[in-house]
Design a protein around this ligand. Structure first.
Ligand SMILES: Nc1ncnc2c1ncn2[C@@H]1O[C@H](COP(=O)(O)OP(=O)(O)O)[C@@H](O)[C@H]1O
Ligand SMILES: [Mg+2]
Length: 312
C-alpha cells in the first residue's frame, strides 16, 4: 500500500492547527467555537458540506473549497443541512473519506449515521442493555397497527430523521396512525414513558471524551420538552446513574461527544430517549458556568496532541 504523501498528510503540528468546522451558518456556536479554538492557538475555517465533494484528479481525491493550502488537522461537525437522499449520502461519504485519509472527524460519519437514524440508536441502546423505552420501527402501516393493538401504549411516533422535537405525535390507538406518506413511509413507534407532574421534564446531558460536561433539565407544559418547542432549560446536576448512562449511550453510538436525552419513567427509572451526535448547546450554556465551547475545543485539541505524541 503506498504511503500517504507528505503533501496531503494532515497538519498535526504543535502550532497553528486548522480545524474545519462543518456548518452552513456562521452563528453563535461557530463564533464561540472560533474564539475557543483561537485561545488554544488553533483556527477554525467553516466548511460547508454542500460545497464539498470528490475530485479524483487531486492527490487526496477530495474537493474542499477554502482549503487550498492543505487539509485540516481535524474536523468538527457542528451541523449538517438536510438534503436529498443522494446529497446526504454524498456528504456522509465525504466525512467517511476524511477519516479514511486519517483526519480526526468529531463526530465521525458512522456515529452520525447511528444517531440521525433513530432506529439505529434504539437498536444499539437496547442491544447494549441500556435502559431505553421499547421501540418498534416498520415500513408497514399494518405492522404498526398490530404493535399498537398488541402492546401497552400510549406511543410516541417520531420521524426517523427528526430533530428539535419536530413532527412528534402521541398515539393512543391504531386510528391515530397517519398514512405512510405523512411519515415518509416509516413508522418509528416508541412507548411513551413521560410523567406529568406540574408539566413535563426531561434531561439533556452533554458528554465529551467519556465524561459529562454539563446537564440540564427541560421543563415544559407540553410532553415534547425541546427548547425549540418552548421547553425551559433549568440547571441540573447529573447524579452518578445519569452520568454513567449518558457516557455509556455516547459510547454505544461511537461518538466523541453527544447530547443524550433522558427521562424518568413512572417507576422513577431513567431511560435514554435519543442520542444527538450534532447537539446544539445554546440552551444548555444558559444553565451552566462551564464554558461548553472551550471544553469541546480543549478536548479536540488535546486529542490531537496525543496523536502527535503517539506518532513520535
Ligand atoms: N418515549 C418517550 N416518552 C416520553 N417523552 C418522549 C419520548 N420520546 C420523546 N419524548 C419527548 O419528546 C422530546 C423529543 O424527542 P426526541 O426523541 O429527543 O427527538 P428529537 O430528535 O425531536 O429531539 C423529548 O425530549 C421528550 O421530551
Ligand atoms: Mg431530542
Amino acid at each position: 500500500m503506498p504511503h500517504l504523501p507528505e503533501l496531503i498528510a494532515p497538519r498535526v503540528s504543535a502550532s497553528s492547527r486548522t480545524i474545519a468546522l462543518v456548518t452552513d451558518k456562521n452563528d453563535w456556536h461557530a463564533r464561540t467555537l472560533g474564539k475557543a479554538f483561537a485561545a488554544l492557538g488553533a483556527q477554525i475555517l467553516l466548511l460547508k458540506l454542500p460545497a464539498c465533494g470528490f475530485d479524483t484528479a487531486t492527490t487526496h481525491g477530495l474537493c474542499l473549497p477554502d482549503f487550498e493550502l492543505g487539509l485540516p488537522d481535524a474536523v468538527l461537525v457542528r451541523d449538517m443541512a438536510g438534503g436529498t437522499f443522494q446529497a446526504v449520502t454524498l456528504r456522509l461519504g465525504f466525512l467517511h473519506a476524511l477519516q479514511e485519509i486519517g483526519i480526526p472527524v468529531w463526530n465521525g460519519a458512522r456515529s452520525i449515521e447511528r444517531c440521525v437514524d433513530k432506529s439505529a440508536t434504539s437498536f444499539l441502546l437496547a442491544r447494549a442493555g441500556l435502559p431505553t423505552p421499547m421501540t418498534w420501527v416498520t415500513e408497514s402501516r399494518e405492522a404498526a397497527a398490530e404493535v399498537v393493538r398488541r402492546e401497552a401504549g400510549p406511543f410516541v411516533l417520531k420521524p426517523l430523521f427528526g430533530s428539535q422535537g419536530r413532527g412528534l405525535r402521541l398515539l393512543h390507538s391504531e386510528l391515530d396512525l397517519p398514512a405512510p406518506a405523512e411519515v415518509a413511509g416509516v413508522y418509528y413507534l416508541q412507548r411513551f414513558v413521560g410523567v406529568e407532574r406540574d408539566g413535563f421534564r426531561d434531561f439533556r446531558v452533554l458528554v465529551s471524551c467519556g465524561r459529562v460536561v454539563a446537564a440540564m433539565m427541560r421543563h415544559s407544559s407540553h410532553w415534547v420538552t425541546n427548547v425549540r418547542r418552548g421547553g425551559k432549560p433549568v440547571a441540573a446536576v447529573a447524579d452518578a446513574t445519569m452520568r454513567d448512562l449518558a457516557v455509556a449511550a455516547t459510547a454505544v453510538v461511537g461518538a466523541n461527544f453527544a447530547g443524550v436525552d433522558m427521562v424518568y419513567d413512572q417507576d422513577g427509572r431513567l431511560s435514554v430517549l435519543e442520542v444527538n451526535s450534532m447537539p446544539a448547546w445554546s440552551g444548555l450554556q444558559r444553565t451552566t458556568s462551564v464554558d461548553i465551547a472551550a471544553t469541546l475545543a480543549g478536548d479536540l485539541v488535546a486529542s490531537l496532541r496525543l496523536q502527535v505524541l503517539r506518532n513520535v
